[in-house]
Design a protein around this ligand. Sequence first.
Ligand SMILES: [Zn+2]
Length: 231
Amino acid sequence: MSILPILTYKEPVLRTKAQAVTVFDDDLATLISDMWETMRAAPGVGLAAPQIGKSIRVLVAAHQGVETAIVNPTIVEASDEERLGTEGCLSVKEFIGVNIRRKAWVVVEGCNVQGEVIRVRAEEWFARILQHEIDHLDGILFMDRLDSIEDLRLKQQPVASDTPAPEPELVPARNGASAPVGSSRKGGSSKGANPSNKSHHSKRTSGVKRSATSTNPERAKVQSRSGSRHK
Ligand SMILES: [Zn+2]
């Protein structure tokens, strides 16, 4: 396995719609292994193949100790409900985005490394990661999702909903879940978490190898950075 250079958003490959994978061979398995290693080393919680210069539809994502690689991912179901949250990107060193709108939950269909069809239901923070990575496969960056340029912040500046993670692919909102759309965005309650929204977690993730989807991104981040769970 190798740690590969992560390209920045100025590279054309990050603005290109990636091609579907048609061959599931050893080269693909090696690429995915390299993506895992590169993502962990960054450290980040997700990585898409275009970020390492491969314009093919492959993503890896880690959440609460579960690592999921999806080839040719497609969002086949999504909530009407949306969340506002903070995101960073391994390909965007200088900035983070706040108040980025994402679906509260999504169901993603694709293939595993062997080419077998898999279906992943993701909620809240994990759903945000998958939506961010699938955007990369379509040449879309988080900056494209901003409602206002004011929501693009220099990474060095203190940001109300930022966390001190060094170089995450995505930065979770402080206190856990992303802010619900419709909450105050500019006022004093813009930190993001709203315990009342925990009711939305009643639908548990299925199709992934875990039994619960507690939306505590801080804990997930610590786990993903600790390396203790990695093979
Ligand atoms: Zn990214």
